[in-house]
Design a protein around this ligand. Sequence first.
Ligand code: PLP
Ligand code: ZN
Length: 402
Amino acid sequence: MSYLQHLECSKCGKKYQADKPQTFCKKCNAPLIAVYDYEKIKEVFSKDALKGRRADMWRYSEFLPIEDEKNVVSLGEGFTPIHKLELDIGVKNLYVKDDGIIPTGTFKARGMSMAISKAKELGIERIAMPSAGNAAGAAATYGARAGIETFVVMPADAPFTCKLESYMAGAKVYLVKGLISDAGKIVSEGISKFGWFDISTMKEPYRLEGKKTMGLEVAEQFNWELPDIILYPTGGGTGLIGMWKAFKELREIGAIGDEFPRMVSVQSEGCAPIVKAFREGKRESEFWQNANTLAAGIRVPKAFADFMILDAIYESGGSAVAVSDEEIIESSNELAKQGLFVCPEGASTLAALKKLIESGEVDKDEKVLLYNTGSGIKYTDVYSENVKLDLPVISSVDEIKI
Ligand SMILES: *Cc1c(COP(=O)(O)O)cnc(C)c1O
Ligand SMILES: [Zn+2]
């Protein structure tokens, strides 16, 4: 059973029943947020009780919205490792949390595992969404496990692996010559035309609950002492908003204190609506024209929940940083040499950190966490276009000079 109480509009606060399918507040055009009975959670939850639980995101059952465990659609996602990095860039306590080893190769699995479990619980048979690529792959995969028909629309130039895995998992896959925003328009029309259930980023309330586990894990894995700064590659923002929600819920039940990390949103110079809004001190972003970056997951011209991303950044005393595609490739090379073949989005956080160190916004003694959202293995097409592979072809060992 779950301690979920109801859903609440992030703008007007209107309550929505959680025991039937809900999307977003149509009046405010804003996300719905899951609210739990925190008094009850406080009574039943203890840090010690976590010991010996399943080593995936479902270990935090008290904070999750699924009523009946039999509806859980899981492939073992979450509880990913945190590695210390020994990079000579000016901070001593540098860590990376690696969601590259999750099923489907990106952290989108967290959100989809949760949303599709809840969809199953609510008897939903058909789901649809636009995706930059990785969300489609995860929706297709978990949809297949749940036996839920899945429609995905993504840019024609989405990473090849995302298209392939979605197709092979049996989803109905459509490509558009455009961006995730163009895919979104088609999905919206399909929703009214075919009665699809919309699981678009932040228009469905439970993907956020899946992403929230990132924050729960960060807290537990750092022994309830949060990092000083978290750098996060931001597209639709679910991960950042999710971690922020996790920290607030943990504080609410007394598991952590008031010291929250500064949340840093990292985007690409070719698509940086949040960075621009932050620089201008705005609470909402504007649609970014001609979005272009090799980091497909953060090629999101306008996030539906942009105001929530910005709220978390401002409230935490954080920041927003844009980096170039060249800097992203350089940083992925550096991380690969640390044993982490990460996605371009993940690599962007290292590129951004270097800028923050340079501008004095990060102190050398601070505990810094880079969030790697996915594996480089999903981006072999993108990397092969940007990394010059100049490998010698040999026919004899004599040609090897050491
Ligand atoms: C979707 C995606 C992101 C951005 O995630 P949001 O939570 O939507 O901001 C970052 N990295 C990768 C690999 C992604 O697929
Ligand atoms: Zn509302």
